[in-house]
Design a protein around this ligand. Structure first.
Ligand SMILES: CCCCCCCCCCCCCCCC(=O)SCCNC(=O)CCNC(=O)[C@H](O)C(C)(C)COP(=O)(O)OP(=O)(O)OC[C@H]1O[C@@H](n2cnc3c(N)ncnc32)[C@H](O)[C@@H]1OP(=O)(O)O
Length: 244
């Protein structure tokens, strides 16, 4: 992969680096050709799927202790193989000049992140979005139910993407949640829409619940275009996989 993290970056991203320094130096101009990115993504997401399955299997396994210990040794050997060549830190968000971007480590949508379900968020041109996914044993809070923090995490992502529309950088300012009823593990659906905009402030409303049933959690969020990131919205339209 060919990575540059400097002059070629667009305005908002450069400003972000200059303002926040190394901790946010995660938007990386990377001239890897799109077909190569696509190929790598397919292989990596296949591995992440298998690790996700391993997580679920680990939680639910009832095999004897010595079998657990044997599996642990094999998993440790696999991790050592992967660590032979790795990044110095998190994956960050990459983009190339062809408009392709990829954020394989994102906690909700990252295709290379076994902690993420991963969620595939569908956006329309009018500031609305939805996603359907299955939340299994790895996301449990109350017995058999989705952890409240996981609901907040999922909602924050879809709301942040909706506020940004991939044309401006937005950050969560305030997120207000009302947990109306417990959300069982299994298939869930989220919906989000822009409810209002005023200067650098974008209000987004969203909900999550069992598909076709009453809302379990409703959310209102105030997303802010940071003072240092105000940019011409037409400057750069990222493809939808550019979530931060
Ligand atoms: C170019 C292409 C890019 C593409 C990009 C793609 C991205 C694709 C999707 C990303 C999807 C990610 C989804 C995960 C989203 C997170 O997880 S973001 C991480 C969590 N959030 C944070 O870390 C934010 C931390 N806070 C901050 O950085 C800063 O406080 C903020 C929020 C940027 C605001 O700073 P600021 O711009 O300096 O704000 P400031 O000028 O002081 O205030 C402006 C106004 O907002 C109000 N305000 C300020 N803070 C708040 C607040 N927290 N609550 C309410 N009101 C507030 C002020 O009172 C003020 O109001 P007025 O006086 O004007 O009426």
């Amino acid at each position: 992969m060919v990575c540059t993290a400097g002059p070629a970056a667009s305005g908002a991203l450069s400003v972000m680096r200059e303002t926040l320094g190394m901790t946010m130096e995660m938007f990386i101009h990377d001239e890897t050709p799109t077909d190569e990115v696509d190929r790598r993504e397919k292989v990596l997401s296949g591995l992440a799927d298998s690790v996700r399955d391993l997580v679920d299997a680990t939680i639910r396994s009832t095999v004897p202790d010595d079998e657990l210990a044997a599996v642990r040794a094999e998993v440790a050997a696999l991790a050592a193989r992967l660590r032979r060549q790795q990044l110095p830190g998190p994956a960050g968000v990459h983009y190339n000049s062809e408009g392709r971007s990829w954020n394989w480590g994102n906690a909700v949508v990252g295709l290379g992140n076994a902690v993420a379900p991963p969620v595939e968020i569908v956006h329309d041109a009018f500031g609305s979005a939805y996603a359907e996914m299955t939340l299994g044993a790895a996301y449990e809070g109350p017995p058999g139910m989705v952890h409240g923090g996981v609901s907040a995490l999922m909602l924050d992502q879809i709301m942040g993407e909706t506020a940004s529309g991939f044309k401006r950088l937005t950050m969560t300012g305030t997120l207000t949640l009302r947990y109306r009823r417990p959300l069982p593990l299994g298939p869930v659906r989220m919906d989000a829409r822009i409810a209002g905009e005023e200067g650098r402030k974008i209000t987004v409303e969203a909900r999550i619940g069992v598909p076709g049933e009453d809302t379990a959690v409703e959310a209102t969020g105030l997303f802010l275009i940071p003072r240092w990131a105000s940019v011409d919205e037409t400057e750069q339209g990222w493809s939808r996989s550019a979530e931060g």
